[in-house]
Design a protein around this ligand. Structure first.
Ligand code: HSE
Length: 435
């Protein structure tokens, strides 16, 4: 039997404890699959006495994860601390510099420092594995790095945040408020420590930035992503979408366009009959469109201790199976030094269909004025419907456009606002083509 692979786990929260339990309770299966045992040689956590449902007394305990990364007798450093700076970053850097493989679930760290860390890993000839950082348990990194060899990606998009999908699903199914759904998501342990990261789209953006680098060979540019969260989605939007044959999802989308790579995170209307619209609750989904394969859709649990641990264990098993002297593929598919600068496509040039919900004064000429602004900006309408709202003397007008540009829609809605017919800000939701 080959020697055991020695791992050190930094962070024993929900995911870390689950990883420790799986490595211990599934030791026989993992040994068979990897051809060698995987031993938890070191652990770093604040409280050594807490019951985590697994016996870790044989492991060396460290209070400081950076010391563990640099000094412990381990082959693999598993970073489950979180945060894009501080101990997580320092420990990952120390481990790579000490020639240790790293497995991390930390999307925020990779979104900010992934390229620099990949350069160190590639220089040292060690692996930096991060399956759990994107879409929880879904093996999307492995798919993009390995299974899609030879394919060129045109578009990658998906539901990358379980909290948002959970909230939107419950809002639609039960007609309950955004706040109530968010509280439940927090109670169930899906939400980030700061839930604004989930609901304002930052968490989706971190994950999307990693997928973009893998898909298009560009440097990670999370700060260049167009961002809109779900906090202003109302029951009125959800009901109107359903009536028109759409469902609202928070999508992260990266696509090749003539003017560069478009990266955007925003609430999106997808046809109710599309596969991605059937992805409910905390489930995530990633669609990858390529030249050879066509469209691939992966879906599965995107958040929670066990789902994330499953991806971490897969990464560890890959390292256990690798042979000495084996040249691993580059961290982001392209060697880190060859990643191209990210060329951002301007959101104003985004082309697609739009859903526009307007709350208007109920008076003569409003419809005509709206239609004129649309025509003046060359926007062709697929449908226009009017609904009464509870407030007196107001109506809701819902427009669905054919393909147009963001610039045209903004100009038209600015014009309608100037005309003085609106009683509230226009609500604009992009429509995404989906099979
Ligand atoms: N807060 C994240 C989510 C957890 O809701 O999807 C997984 O990254």
């Amino acid at each position: 039997m080959a020697e055991a692979l020695r791992v050190g786990i930094a962070g024993l929260g929900t995911v870390g404890a689950s990883v420790a339990r799986v490595l211990t309770h599934k030791a026989a299966e993992l040994t068979r699959q990897c051809g060698r045992p995987i031993a938890i040689a070191a652990v770093s956590a604040r409280d050594a006495s807490k019951d985590r449902g697994v016996d870790l007394t044989a492991a060396q305990w460290f209070v400081d994860p950076v010391r563990m990364a640099a000094n412990a007798d381990i082959d693999v450093f598993i970073e489950l601390i979180g945060g894009d700076e501080g101990p997580a970053r320092e420990a990952v850097k120390a481990a790579l510099e000490a020639g240790k493989h790293v497995v991390t679930a930390n999307k925020a760290l990779l979104a900010k420092h992934g390229v620099a860390l990949a350069e160190i890993a590639e220089k040292k000839g060690v692996l930096l594995n991060y399956e759990a950082a994107v879409a929880g348990g879904i093996p999307v990194i492995k798919t993009m790095r390995e299974a899609l060899a030879g394919n060129s990606v045109n578009r990658v998009f998906g539901i990358l945040n379980g909290t948002c999908n959970y909230i939107l699903t419950r809002m639609e199914a039960e007609g309950i408020s955004f706040d109530e759904c968010l509280k439940d998501a927090q109670r169930l342990g899906y939400a980030e420590a700061d839930p604004t990261f989930d609901i304002e789209g930052n968490d989706t953006a971190h994950k999307l930035s990693i997928l973009t680098a893998l898909a298009f060979g560009t440097k990670i540019a999370a700060g260049d992503i167009y961002l809109e969260g779900i906090s202003n989605i109302s029951q009125a939007d959800i009901r109107a979408a359903a009536e028109l044959g759409y469902r609202i999802k928070l999508l992260g989308v990266a696509q090749r366009t003539e003017s560069g790579i478009e990266q955007r995170v925003h609430p999106t209307m997808v046809p109710t009959a599309s596969v991605i619209a059937q992805v409910h609750g905390v489930t995530n989904a990633v669609a990858i469109e390529t030249d050879i394969l066509g469209e691939l859709l992966l879906s599965g649990p995107g958040a929670g201790g066990n789902a994330t641990a499953s991806a971490v264990i897969g990464d560890i098993a890959d390292i256990a199976k690798s042979r000495p002297g084996f040249q691993h593929g580059p961290v982001f598919g392209w060697p880190a030094k060859q990643l191209k600068p990210y060329k951002k496509a301007q959101m104003r040039s985004h082309a697609g269909g739009y859903f526009i919900r307007l709350t208007v004064h109920d008076r003569t000429g409003v419809f005509a004025a709206i239609a004129k602004r649309m025509a003046d900006n060359d926007i062709s309408l697929e449908s226009i419907v009017q609904r009464s709202v509870e407030a007196k003397d107001q109506k809701t007008v819902i427009l669905v456009t054919h393909e147009t540009t963001e610039a045209a829609v903004r100009k038209a809605t600015d014009g309608i606002t100037k005309d003085g017919h609106l009683t509230d800000k226009p609500q604009i939701i992009r429509i995404e083509r989906a099979a």
